[in-house]
Design a protein around this ligand. Structure first.
Ligand SMILES: NC(=O)c1ccc[n+]([C@@H]2O[C@H](COP(=O)([O-])OP(=O)(O)OC[C@H]3O[C@@H](n4cnc5c(N)ncnc54)[C@H](OP(=O)(O)O)[C@@H]3O)[C@@H](O)[C@H]2O)c1
Length: 329
């Protein structure tokens, strides 16, 4: 049976473009589980894959989409049977392996997790890689000793996917979550998700730079890297911790040792791509219990396959708010 897919190609001049095509099942890559995809997500990394930026995709034609949720169509693996609802994030699917921007995907069973109890496949893609990573970051901060009683947690890139879900999760878990955003027009929306305060990116960066600054944050969830991470590290309180997730603002990190040796600050990296199954399922179960999907509704945008090339450019330009999900059925 044929299916629709957004196929990304690269021409002889190196130009990367995508169009919706009808493919036969013989075009699917190797794998032991075939999934009818209900929903896929749009993430910053999808923007890179669809535009060719960052060199993440090496083989064309390609089907991007780093996360998706759907129903098992056929399985050669005993852990999954036809009709089971499943979620996929990470494992370089959508980069090195064909991903979720198609009505059908074929993957390795090891990469799947069962749809968490209490979530629909649409809910799972509202959360997506972004929400899973936000949860992993909160879990890591807690492992490093951050609690709701420790004080405020700063979330950077707050109007984006990871940032907005991190704000919502932190607030539901009893934390004071402070949002840092380059788009002050979203301040009320972020407060609606539970942000206790919203800081403007320009004001934050305009403060004079010192090796160590006034200590404010018990924890930091950073989605942007670069100058913002450098500055925020200098403002973490004694014994606090930072989770570095993303590089939407740059891969650089210009810092000094004082936050670490005088305040005992920990900087910890979060990777959602290669997380073991047990960590994934534990994080998904905590999300299903914690995340306020109803309150997040205004931050969800639904699009179709043909809308993706334009949406990819917008997410790379920092113009997408909350989560964008792609309907496939
Ligand atoms: N480590 C992992 O496993 C993992 C998993 C998921 C995502 N990520 C990474 O985390 C980051 C966020 O992902 P996402 O899906 O949430 O992307 P997103 O929806 O595009 O959000 C990124 C946010 O960063 C801010 N931003 C964008 N450009 C910026 C710039 N030049 N300088 C400063 N801030 C900027 C914007 O927030 P404001 O408008 O509010 O400032 C934007 O909404 C990306 O770098 C992504 O690759 C990593």
């Amino acid at each position: 049976m044929s299916f629709q897919a957004l196929v990304t190609t690269k021409d002889d001049s190196g130009k990367v473009s995508s169009s919706v095509e009808t493919l036969g099942e013989e075009r699917l890559p190797e794998g032991n589980v075939t999934v009818d995809v209900d929903w896929a997500g749009l993430n910053f990394k999808d923007g890179l894959c669809l535009t060719g930026a960052g060199g993440l995709v090496r083989t064309y034609p390609h089907v991007a989409g780093i996360d998706f949720a759907g129903r098992v169509r056929e399985s050669e693996d005993e852990r999954y049977k036809t009709g089971d609802e499943v979620v996929l994030t990470g494992w370089r699917v959508g980069e090195a392996h064909w991903g979720g921007y198609a009505q059908r995907a074929r993957v390795n069973a090891d990469w799947l997790v069962p749809l968490p109890e209490g979530l629909t496949t649409r809910d799972a893609m509202i959360v997506g890689t972004a929400g899973l990573t936000a949860m992993l970051a909160i879990n890591r901060l807690e492992t490093l000793g951050v609690t709701p009683q420790s004080g405020e947690v700063l979330v950077t890139g707050a109007a984006g996917g990871v940032g907005s879900i991190a704000i919502s999760l932190l607030a539901r878990l009893g934390y004071q979550a402070v949002a840092l955003s380059g788009r002050p027009e979203h301040a009320e929306t972020l407060k609606g998700l539970g942000a206790s305060d919203v800081l403007a990116r320009d004001d934050f960066l305009a403060q004079p730079d010192k090796p160590l600054e006034s200590a404010r944050w018990a924890g930091l969830i950073d989605n942007v890297g670069g100058a913002i991470l450098s500055k925020a590290l200098k403002q973490i309180k004694y014994g606090g911790a930072a989770a570095s997730i993303g590089n939407a603002g740059g891969i650089g990190l210009d810092t000094n040792v004082l936050p670490f040796i005088l305040r005992g600050v920990t900087l910890s990296g979060i990777d959602s791509v290669m997380q073991p199954f047990a960590n994934r399922t534990a994080a998904w179960a905590r999300i299903a219990k914690t995340f306020d999907l109803a309150a997040y509704g205004d931050l969800v945008t639904e699009i179709g396959l043909a809308d993706l090339p334009d949406a990819a450019k917008r997410i790379l330009a920092g113009q997408v708010r909350g989560r964008t999900i792609v309907t496939l059925q």
